[in-house]
Write a protein of this length. Structure first.
Length: 367
């Protein structure tokens, strides 16, 4: 078992990474019951994860009043309509301010359940049990919660930290290969931001990682959570350096919104966005051409991710979506760009002409 602590001003909380946690009723019970203060619990999951792991969680919660809400699977369900359904469920079951919400699922379940926890009766306790690689290395940690809107991704939400994050690495074996690859886009991001040694390790061990080698998976989850915990501890609400975690997301969110939520996985659009950010960095003269090529190759060839955005998104649509993004400041689109592998920077003053070239580069990105 590995445990990391996220240190934030109000309080700290642990990220527990362990293989086989959900299959060990005694260990799971100990982790959950030590953090549930009241008698009421609501588990929010979906129709894919629930049949796999809900029974184990229910056994660990035996003796408490437990209600279960199943939401639809997929990014298309991460909206205000589903949020309202969960609220109706909680109110209908007469949950109160002492209740604890448990998010059992991937990033969609975690983000939406977190937003419900932040706003139900002005805030109730939350426990994250992430079941996808992307959620374990990124979305379950740090307190970003929210839902999508037709005008943009994650536009409605709150910063709200959980009581703990419980990540069982064994659950990754049940994921489709596409979901594993999508999660690896966020993993690569951490190497590019400020850990070039980690990027090189990912490059070298890509086959073992895709094969879900136990030691490799445990190490990469630990490194990613350690990096995110460090950044969140210093900048909980993204007033400064936490914005670096958005590498690939300015372009990626625009692609995800323009193509329709759920058509592409979040990690797939992040991979595209990272390559586009690398391409723009190269055109600015900041990133060496060899490094730009290397970044594309790791994502595309080593990890099998799509890196070329779909055709059909106009320049006007890109700029419309990027200009309404949460990262816009004083009317300027803020990009996370690279001055080298492991050297990410925040830049809000990029010539539109260069951005347009990157947006239209297609298969020539990072070439």
């Amino acid at each position: 078992m590995q445990q990391l602590i996220v240190e934030i001003p109000q309080r700290s909380y642990p990220i527990v990474v362990v293989d086989g946690l959900l299959a060990d009723a005694q260990a799971l019970r100990a982790q959950l019951r030590s953090r549930i203060l009241g008698n009421q619990v609501a588990v929010v999951t979906n129709d894919v994860v629930g049949p796999l792991y809900l029974e184990q969680v229910m056994v660990a919660l035996d003796g408490l009043q437990v209600d279960v809400m199943h939401m639809r699977d997929g990014e298309a369900a991460k909206n205000l309509a589903t949020y309202e359904q969960v609220m109706d469920f909680l109110l209908g079951a007469r949950h109160n301010r002492s209740t604890c919400l448990i998010a059992l699922g991937g990033g969609v379940v975690g983000d939406l359940c977190g937003f419900v926890a932040a706003t139900f009766q002005r805030g109730v306790d939350l426990i994250q049990i992430p079941t996808t690689l992307l959620a374990q290395v990124d979305s379950s940690v740090g307190g970003k919660t929210g839902v999508n809107h037709q005008f943009g991704k994650n536009m409605i939400g709150a910063f709200y930290q959980p009581q703990c994050v419980l990540a069982d690495t064994d659950v990754l074996a049940t994921l489709p290969a596409r979901e594993i690859r999508a999660g690896l886009a966020e993993v690569v991001k951490y190497g590019l931001i400020n850990n070039p040694q980690f990027f090189s390790w990912l490059e070298e061990r890509s086959e073992d990682i895709l094969g879900l080698d136990d030691k490799c998976v445990a190490e990469l989850i630990h490194i990613c959570c350690e990096e995110k915990a460090r950044i969140v501890s210093s900048d909980e609400k993204e007033a400064g350096t936490r914005a670096l975690l958005n590498l690939g997301h300015t372009f990626g969110h625009a692609i995800e919104t323009a193509t329709g939520y759920g058509k592409l996985l979040h990690g797939e659009t992040v991979a595209m966005g990272i390559v586009m950010a690398a391409d723009l960095s190269k055109r600015l003269g900041w990133l060496d051409s060899n490094d730009a090529t290397r970044i594309r190759e790791v994502l595309e060839e080593n990890f099998g991710l799509p890196v070329v955005p779909p055709s059909g998104i106009t320049l006007e649509r890109y700029f419309e979506l990027m200009s309404s993004d949460k990262k816009v400041e004083q009317g300027k689109i803020r990009f996370i760009l690279l001055k080298g592998i492991g050297q990410a920077v925040i830049e809000g003053d990029v010539e539109r002409e260069l951005i347009e070239i990157t947006l239209g580069a297609g298969d020539e990105l990072c070439a």
